[in-house]
Ligand binder design. Structure first.
Ligand code: AMP
Ligand code: GLY
Length: 420
């Protein structure tokens, strides 16, 4: 089989790595890929948002299955484009991906289907939104309706912050069209958790549980990021909680979308808050989490291609998966300043040593400049390992990291820690 992976981050490197282990796969292409994938995949110079070019490429190369990493191509309708050319692709259609791409759609959908989520109101006008927050109780949360690269959420402790947030999103147009509408919702306290399943539109296959560490700094301090690390399994997820999430959130979502003629195929990722009243949905993503995917795939013993194809072909019932009992972990090495401004082009050293020590090193934001590997993004590298216990896993990772260096390298030192 020939497989095309769309994307260039650590999540996509992990997908390439896992898919390369499939006996069914002869060749992998990655568009636009990254230097870490060089030995496993042929790099193709097409942007993830160039969906027509990608479909042309898949047709010319006779690609058997395309796997999409990031959300932007899904929002642009890459799956619809491929379907219209009879090209097999893993992921939801543009309509089904609205569960991620429009927060107001997702919230209305949850209200209609009795899926637990914070109380909310949607506003199309800044005047109405400002009126609402002037009379509201705090804290509250303001969200740009559309995709905003994880930056469109404002947690506001007081009126002045809410007013500033609405101005930034709706009046200054910081997120363009994504900010023409806002959702204002109740603030929830509790423990955050992510939950990923794969669906073929009808059947649901839960992935191994995982949790990510969203804040930039140790002890969950600092700004939100795409994720600074992850572990699998999620330690706080009991069997009861797992069943509640499946019954009250995941099953009604897949069934409800099918009912609305938005059959959901691909990964459904629920960002949850575990409150005293039970789990509630903060957001849905229509794609694999990053870096959650890295730790989940480290534990997958079965052929990932069977799973992805089962979803695309709508025969997931024929696929069984086995998970390794080991605990897996991932620490993100980032460039100082991330998620705000950061530098690039710093020479990276020590990766070979880390690999010899048995670590998996996934590239997230790197570039090859002449003979040197350099940093080229906010999240630069993902250092991953698995071992029988969380403590052994994290010790192995942090030991390996001590041999890796680039100027301005920064990382959290407490991934997995509070629950060891
Ligand atoms: P979202 O993109 O909607 O998941 O929001 C990004 C982050 O903001 C989440 O991971 C939470 O940490 C936080 N957040 C979002 N909505 C709420 C809420 N209603 N209450 C508390 N925290 C929230
Ligand atoms: N790690 C969070 C996300 O992928 O959205």
């Amino acid at each position: 089989m020939k497989i095309l992976i769309v994307g260039s981050g650590g999540r996509e490197h992990a997908l390439v790595w896992k898919i390369s282990q499939s006996k069914r796969v002869d060749k992998i292409f990655a568009a636009p890929g990254n230097p870490g994938m060089n030995s496993l995949a042929e790099i193709v110079d097409i942007k993830p948002t160039s969906i027509i070019e990608l479909a042309d490429f898949a047709q010319t190369e006779k690609i058997d299955l395309t796997v999409v990493g990031p959300e932007q191509p899904l929002a642009l309708g890459i799956v619809d484009e491929f379907n219209s050319h009879n090209l097999k692709i893993f992921g939801p259609t543009q309509k089904a991906a609205m569960i991620e791409t429009s927060k107001s759609f997702a919230k209305e959908f949850m209200r209609k289907n009795n899926i637990p989520t914070p109380a909310f109101k949607t506003f199309n006008s800044s005047v109405d939104a400002l009126d609402h927050v002037r009379a509201a109780s705090f804290p509250l949360v303001i969200k740009a309706d559309g995709l905003a690269a994880g930056k469109g959420v404002f947690i506001c402790q007081k009126k002045s912050e809410a007013e500033a947030g609405i101005k930034e999103i709706m009046l200054e147009g910081k997120f363009g069209k994504s900010g023409e509408r806002v959702v204002i919702e109740e603030f929830l306290a509790g423990q955050e958790m992510s939950f990923m399943v794969i669906s073929d539109g009808k059947r649901i296959m839960p992935l191994a549980t995982s949790m990510d560490y969203k804040k930039a700094l140790d002890n969950d301090k600092g700004p939100n990021t795409g994720g600074m690390g992850a572990i699998s399994p999620a330690p706080q997820l009991s069997r009861d909680l797992f069943n509640t999430i499946m019954k009250s959130i995941i099953e009604p979502t897949i069934t409800g979308l099918k009912f609305e003629n938005k059959k959901y195929k691909g990964v459904l990722y629920a960002g949850l808050m575990i409150t005293r009243e039970g789990p509630k949905v903060l957001e849905f993503n229509s794609r694999f989490g990053d870096p959650e995917t890295q730790v989940v795939l480290m534990r997958l013993k079965s052929d990932l291609v069977d799973v992805l194809e089962g979803s695309a072909d709508e025969n997931l019932f024929e696929v069984n998966v086995d998970w390794d009992k080991n605990v897996s972990g991932c620490v993100v090495l980032a460039a100082k300043g991330y998620p705000a401004k950061y530098g690039k082009g710093q020479k990276i050293q020590g990766l070979e040593r880390a690999k010899v020590m048995g670590l998996e090193v996934f590239h997230a934001g790197t570039a090859q400049v002449k003979n040197s590997l350099v940093s080229a993004g906010g999240r630069v590298l993902n250092i991953c390992a698995s071992a029988p216990t969380l403590k052994e896993t994290m010790d192995k990772i942090y030991n390996g990291i001590s041999f890796i260096a680039f100027d301005d390298m920064t990382f959290r030192r407490d991934i997995g820690w509070s629950r060891r």
